[in-house]
Design a protein. Structure first.
Length: 106
């Protein structure tokens, strides 16, 4: 026989999960909007540093978007992909900084 406390907890879990897909869709949409704005900065950015920061934004936002999608779609493999993207974004940013430094001194 189920106690009142167990029924209350089960009802709270169901209520919390009811709005989650809509909330995840809002999060994903905001992250996609951030990527679009960053793309504009890459194309029309006034300087190389602005473009570099926008590219770093792609890595960070792409990682966040993959984590949101992993939670929303119940796909744990996307978490692994997000981890890999974050690592590659950090390495790419370091490489681009080195490239910009060498370009200034040559």
């Amino acid at each position: 026989m189920e106690t009142h406390r167990e029924r209350t907890r089960a009802a709270a879990r169901e209520a919390a999960g009811a709005g989650a897909p809509a909330l995840m869709a809002v999060y994903a949409s905001l992250l996609l909007l951030t990527i679009i704005i960053g793309l504009g900065r890459v194309v029309w950015g006034p300087g190389r540093v602005d473009r570099l920061l926008a590219i770093q934004l792609f890595g960070t936002t792409g990682t966040a978007l993959l984590l949101v999608l992993a939670q929303w779609q119940h796909q744990p493999a996307l978490r692994d992909v997000a981890l890999l993207l974050g690592l590659l974004a950090a390495v790419a940013s370091a490489a681009l900084v080195q490239l910009l430094r060498r370009g200034r001194h040559d």
